[in-house]
Ligand binder design. Structure first.
Ligand SMILES: [Zn+2]
Length: 136
């Protein structure tokens, strides 16, 4: 197993009306010429957690940080008018807490970050540090 020291949170940059999941993202990433979905987990609007790329395999989600990280994608993050928006559902945030806690049990040295900490992007459109502040 590769070393995991970061959990990186993303959004799919889709509108709330788009009820997509890992299958759709896999299709999109294949169209980019990738081997398949770049994230290890996807959290649907319903809060359902879907597996993406196998966690043992290096992801494709955050330039310069893929080797030792796990990528989680929350579906949403774009408003109906096309702008970035924190529009995730309570069920998604609940699932994110549970999934991150499970990963922390497996990889106690891992810290949690938003994609925007490593790139000039809004992704995932909410403050991940604040969300996990009580973990310090
Ligand atoms: Zn991202």
């Amino acid at each position: 197993m590769r070393e995991i020291n970061k959990i990186i949170i993303h959004c799919s940059a889709t509108k709330p009306s788009q009820d997509i999941g890992a299958f759709q993202i896999d299709e999109w990433h294949k169209k980019l010429g990738w081997s398949g979905i770049g994230y290890h987990f996807v959290i649907r609007r319903s809060g359902e957690v879907e597996k993406g790329r196998d966690i043992a395999v290096i992801g494709a989600h955050c330039r310069g940080q893929n080797k030792n990280s796990v990528g989680i994608c929350l579906v949403g993050g774009t408003a109906e008018n096309g702008k970035s928006q924190n529009n995730f559902t309570p069920a998604q945030f609940q699932s994110l807490r549970e999934l991150a806690a499970e990963l922390k049990r497996q990889y106690p040295n891992a810290s949690v970050h938003g994609h925007s900490e490593f790139a000039r992007k809004d992704c995932p459109c909410f403050n991940v540090r604040e969300f996990f502040a009580d973990w310090a």
